[in-house]
Design a protein around this ligand. Structure first.
Ligand SMILES: [Zn+2]
Length: 150
């Protein structure tokens, strides 16, 4: 892998849209939403507890439902990058030609915000957050190892 390619890959993984995709899939491993009743079944630390939730505007896309494909601009685009991609790119880019469904809300514009009402619900939400943090750092470590060729 060339150095430039490696830097591009690091930027890609550091990009919040890419991280959101991973966070979403980790979250889905632990939380099942019953959207009709606005109740989430949360599984964490050996517990399984129903917790009410509210919809909130997706913090990733600000409620747009879409984001620019991180394959296009992870790490940011300079004017030079824009020029290099040729005529029409800039217009297409700003017209949303490269948009994809937001990885966090999957295009729904809203995400579930857990709203615990008692101690048992608060406990499971706390354990869930710890679990997700731990899983995130494990994933990051694995990726760093792979990047070093381990
Ligand atoms: Zn979103």
């Amino acid at each position: 892998m060339t150095r430039r390619r490696r830097v591009q890959r690091q930027n890609f993984h550091r990009d919040s849209r890419v991280q959101a995709r991973d966070e979403k899939s980790r979250w889905d491993d632990h939380v099942d939403l019953n959207e009709d009743d606005k109740i989430a079944l949360v599984r964490a630390g050996g517990m399984e507890v129903e917790v009410p939730f509210e919809w909130e505007v997706c913090p990733q896309c600000d409620g747009d439902g879409s984001v620019v494909d991180p394959n296009i601009d992870a790490g940011g685009l300079s004017r030079r990058d824009m020029r290099r991609r040729g005529p029409g790119f800039r217009e297409d880019y700003f017209n949303g030609r490269y948009d994809v469904n937001c990885p966090r809300c999957e295009g729904r514009r809203v995400v579930a915000d857990l709203d615990p009402q008692n101690n048992a619900q608060e406990d499971v939400v706390e354990v869930l957050q710890e679990t997700l943090r731990r899983e995130a750092s494990t994933d990051q470590m694995r990726r760093a190892e792979r990047a070093m060729g381990a």
